[in-house]
Write a protein that binds this ligand. Sequence first.
Ligand SMILES: [Ca+2]
Ligand SMILES: [Ca+2]
Length: 369
Amino acid sequence: MVSVFTHTGACPGARPAGKDPGKGPGKGAGLRPAAAVAAVLLVLAGTAWPDKPPPMIENSLGMSFMLIPAGDFLMGSDETPAALAKTYPQYETRRLQDLSDEGPVHRVRITRPFYLGRHEVTVGQFRRFLEASGYVPESIADGTGGYGYNPAYDPATSPRGDAFEGRDPRYSWHNPGFSQGDDHPVLNVTWNDAVALADWLSRREGRRYRLPTEAEWEYACRAHAGSGQRTRYQGGDDPASLLTTANTFDATAAANWPRWAHFALPGHDGFAFTAPVGSFAPNGFGLYDMHGNAWEWVADWYGEDTYANSPEKDPQGPAEGNRRVRRGGSWHTWSLYARCAYRNWNSPQTRYTLVGMRLALDADPGSPP
Ligand SMILES: [Ca+2]
Ligand SMILES: [Ca+2]
């Protein structure tokens, strides 16, 4: 399976993601505050939960986590290329055929409740992590930098046809080439950076932070609450539903990538680049931006045929590999690639201007760090 970040270009071994950004107004909606969720906020201090895990917690970096219940769901998609072509007529047939790793659809049981970040990790939270820990992100430590948006950059001049300029030391977690507030999702972070953050939080708080498994991520995206959510998106099967539920490749972003305009959603979600996390409605589990804004690293190695032999109970993915899975699409991602079922991957060292993270946290009382 080919992995490219855009139809034209590939970041070191990636699959189709989205197009380029565009300059756009940006609706500027802010981070939704503690909403009307009657949840308990608990600042973690290395202590066990009182009696049972609270429905929502906030940690020492100000990250909110939602308690995701145990349950089962049908993972993956078995939509045929012919069926997809009816909804996605502008896509070349090969793109629709290239989704076979989403099948077979199989039942997965998540046997233990777990916490999942209510939002993607933000620029501000990542900065506080760096300041408190002394950790140096991979893009800076290895001196090669990340990727970034430069309106003057022409993908045709890149040996790999990358959609963005890079790798270049000018770009890193604090500079993807466009303006980001502290409440935007951090980008240009590697899988290794994400694990470093999780490990540091685990040591600091005495709880076990980690990346979600691929199965946990899709379960959370589908927000299964006993009803068997099988739609492509949080808002249904229609890609246009993304316009009101996610920040993806819309007409605003397409203004900066006119060659891909026919892949853009027919309307405006308000953001040409990243949006403040939580700018759209949450899903049934109270999670924001599971579709779009930033791709999210998950724990698993990628396996193209993983689903054919996946254990039903808490699948962890292949035992070994050289590519890690990322999920959900980004601010630059076409609708086909922002579906709950879509799988993409990169090497653990990959940093890109579309890829960020969301952390998970064990909910078992006394779980070892
Ligand atoms: Ca957008
Ligand atoms: Ca996301």
